[in-house]
Design a binder for this molecule. Structure first.
Ligand code: ADP
Ligand code: MG
Length: 369
């Protein structure tokens, strides 16, 4: 005889059928408690897709408990992205959460783990796992002798948004780049370094170089807290070697993978002693509040199709996310939260952002050229 809780939860699942492939997927990851005693946390996972904070329940696509592994996150968020990117969809992952909640750990993991390579249970982040699998899929495809002769060309860039300026993480002398965004030339960051990559090792070199150039500052919460938003982009172009061969679908495709790790948005960045940090805090606040505003507008849905009315240009960050938020990309948002009671107002604010973001109406399409 099933337990009463099981009955109700299966009834809920019947009423709301789960879409395994929604255009906007929002997951939550709870960071390990690290030394917190029982009683210091009011955050707990309730079911596979819901959690409770101070006795209120919040539902998402998936909730990852504090004992979830990097491999678990990859399986649910990264593996579908690899498939979509190779099929010609634009794809994005955004990590959102207060400083110290595990955004960077989830996205990149420690650089040593990138170099060491594959390990199911290791600390390697979702981004290196994505590229490991992407190149292994490409190699499989190219090694196929069944006539599907597809060529792939991949190029990567890595930028940061710091003090409302776009800096090139692959060339730190470039500190204030412009976004070009017009019907004729499309959307790109002018003069941003692009490097061609043909294997996993090429990507990890770029990741390690870029991450080491990232701006960091000192806050009271975490001495290495990140003060900039960073975005790693990979553009994949594919075409048939011979147009007459048995190529599936259209012969040429282009897709963009955008991977974004935000600065911490917590209020106390403004309490920092030094004036530089006050300025940084204001810029971080500006761009994250513009992001919140953008999400609110897109969640209301009244603007669909009228891109002039959506305030993408209100900050560098929102402008860079034009394709990912309300655009044609498949988007996954990883909300990272701390289980610590002292963080509960930031935690609730992160979860509310995630819930509103889930209401955005992205319209993914395969980019054929
Ligand atoms: P954020 O980027 O959100 O500021 P970090 O990713 O830097 O936070 O995480 C803060 C600290 O917590 C780091 O030392 C990181 O290694 C550790 N950490 C975060 N999430 C996890 C996790 N799921 N498992 C183990 N350690 C983690
Ligand atoms: Mg970080």
């Amino acid at each position: 005889i099933p337990h009463v809780d099981e009955l109700t939860s299966s009834e809920v699942h019947k009423k709301v059928p789960e879409d395994p492939d929604p255009p906007v997927k929002v997951v939550v990851r709870i960071r390990p408690a690290k030394g917190l005693g029982i009683g210091d946390t009011s955050v707990s996972k309730v079911s596979k897709n819901s959690l409770s904070v101070s006795e209120r329940n919040y539902t998402f696509d998936t909730v990852f408990d504090s004992d979830s592994t990097q491999g678990d996150i990859y399986q649910l968020v990264g593996a579908p992205l690899v498939k979509d990117a190779l099929s010609g969809y634009n794809t994005s992952i955004l990590a959102y959460g207060q400083t110290g909640s595990g955004k960077s750990y989830t996205m990149w993991g420690p650089p040593s783990a990138m170099v060491e390579g594959p390990s199911v249970t290791g600390p390697q982040g979702i981004v290196p796992r994505i590229f490991q699998n992407l190149f292994s899929e490409i190699q499989k495809e190219q090694g196929n002798s069944d006539g599907k002769m597809i060529n792939y060309q991949c190029r990567c860039s890595f930028l940061e948004v710091y003090d409302e300026k776009i800096g090139d993480l692959l060339d730190p002398t470039q500190r204030d780049l412009e976004i070009k965004d017009d019907a004729k030339n499309g959307f790109y960051v002018e003069n941003l370094t692009e490097e061609y990559v043909t294997c996993y090792e090429d990507v990890t070199q770029i990741l390690i170089k870029g991450l080491s150039n990232r701006k960091t500052g000192t806050t009271r919460i975490n001495s290495k807290s990140s003060r900039s938003h960073i975005m790693f982009t990979c553009i994949i172009e594919s075409w048939c070697k011979e147009s007459s061969s048995k190529c599936f679908g259209s012969s040429s495709k282009i897709s963009r993978i955008s991977l974004v790790d935000l600065a911490g948005f917590e209020r106390n960045v403004l309490d920092d002693a030094s004036r530089q940090h006050v300025k940084e805090g204001k810029c971080i606040k500006k761009s994250t509040s513009q992001l919140g505003r953008l999400v609110n507008i897109l969640a209301e849905g009244s603007q669909s199709g009228k891109s002039d009315e959506v305030p993408y240009r209100s900050s560098r960050l929102t402008h860079l996310l034009r394709e990912s938020f309300g655009g044609n990309a498949k988007l996954s948002i990883i909300c990272t939260i701390s289980p610590d009671n002292k963080s509960s107002s930031e935690t609730v604010s992160t979860l509310r952002f995630g819930q509103r973001a889930k209401l955005m109406k992205n319209e993914p399409v395969v980019n054929e050229i």
